[in-house]
Design a protein around this ligand. Structure first.
Ligand code: MTE
Length: 323
């Protein structure tokens, strides 16, 4: 899903390294390192760093079975090493390599706009605002792959209620960190930084919309959007903004980074919909990460990613027009 502000900075989808290729590349590098004396020391250091990143701080949560899928979960390794986080590079393997520079403390989130009580909350306060739940959600990326991830967090509505939205609050805008000192990917103008996403107010207040603070029983790895992100499981993954610093309630539909860069490809709503193809590819099926065998059949993509309980939010709306 790479779009470009100008022709000379164009990054083609073919330049995004597929997972199989970079994994092969990594295996190759691993062999090289293993055979060279100096190389092996470097390799060990890289391994230690990967381990340190993987061993995140535990985050206790109560399972929310009612909102969880029973499907086989994606491995932690896949979920934390095959990522989209363009602030750290556009290859799927870039975020895990580069996101160690992200400083997640101190961290605050400001909530403002059409609210009676604007507030700036420290991340440690946000972590304690409500009991943490574990919810196993499917996440379907617009590019055609999906994962099943046990997230930790609570409903976004819990946070939004703190500020007492006014009657004019119709939309919510999420702005994420854009600090070039911490985020090498900002040097590349693939998007108009900062990464901004938005939801309609009733979508944001739906109990399924999750304020994500952890996954797999631990705090979010940096590459997955630490310390706080959205998880909106019935929409394509790009709606789930990572590393949020500001939430603004608005009366008008906010601009969003992907819609800005290619309005005909990425709509504001971006509900998972197998009947509305992306202009450059079909959305009818998906590849579940971890089921990569040569003979593995793709899965059928489900309307709203299978989350039928949100259908009533869109009654009477033409979802082909408002894609
Ligand atoms: N948030 C920010 N700030 N920057 C990004 O590049 N990528 C989005 C979304 N949130 C992105 C982001 C996309 S395209 C997807 S599919 C999901 O994050 C991926 O989340 P994951 O890497 O945790 O699976």
């Amino acid at each position: 899903m790479l779009i470009k502000p100008s022709q000379d900075q164009l990054v083609l989808p073919s330049e995004i390294t597929p997972r199989e290729v970079y994994e092969d590349r990594r295996r190759f590098l691993a062999r090289m390192a293993a055979t060279a004396a100096v190389g092996s020391a470097v390799w060990e250091m890289a391994n230690r760093e990967a381990f340190a990143q993987a061993a995140g701080q535990r985050l206790a949560a109560t399972a929310n079975a009612a909102l969880s899928t029973q499907e086989k979960q994606t491995s932690f390794k896949d979920a934390s090493s095959y990522n989209n986080f363009y602030e750290f590079g556009t290859d799927k393997g870039d975020p895990v390599e580069n996101a160690h520079t992200l400083k997640t403390r101190p961290w605050t989130v400001t909530i403002e706009g059409e609210v009676k009580k604007p507030i700036t909350l420290d991340i440690d306060r946000i972590l304690k605002l409500a009991p943490l739940e574990e919810r196993v959600y499917r996440l379907r990326c617009v590019e055609g792959w999906s994962m099943v991830i046990p997230w930790v967090g609570y409903s976004l509505s819990t946070l939004l209620k703190q500020v007492e939205p006014t009657g004019n609050a119709k939309y919510v805008e999420f702005t994420t960190l854009a600090d070039p000192r911490q985020m090498p990917g900002l040097r590349s103008p693939v998007l108009n930084w900062p990464y901004v996403e938005g939801l309609r107010m009733d979508e944001a207040m739906h109990p399924l919309a999750l304020l994500g603070l952890g996954m797999y029983g631990q705090v979010l790895p940096n590459q997955n959007g630490a310390p706080v992100r959205l998880v909106v499981p019935w929409k394509y993954g790009f709606k789930s903004a990572k590393s949020i610093v500001r939430i603004r309630l608005t009366s008008r539909q906010p601009r969003t980074a992907w819609n800005d860069s290619a309005p005909n490809e990425y709509g504001f709503y971006s509900n998972v919909n197998p009947e509305v193809d992306h202009p450059r590819w079909s959305q009818a099926t998906e590849r579940r990460i971890g089921e990569d065998g040569f003979f593995q059949k793709k899965r059928k993509t489900l309307m709203f990613n299978g989350y039928d309980q949100v259908a009533s939010l869109y009654t009477g709306m033409n979802l082909k027009k408002f894609f």
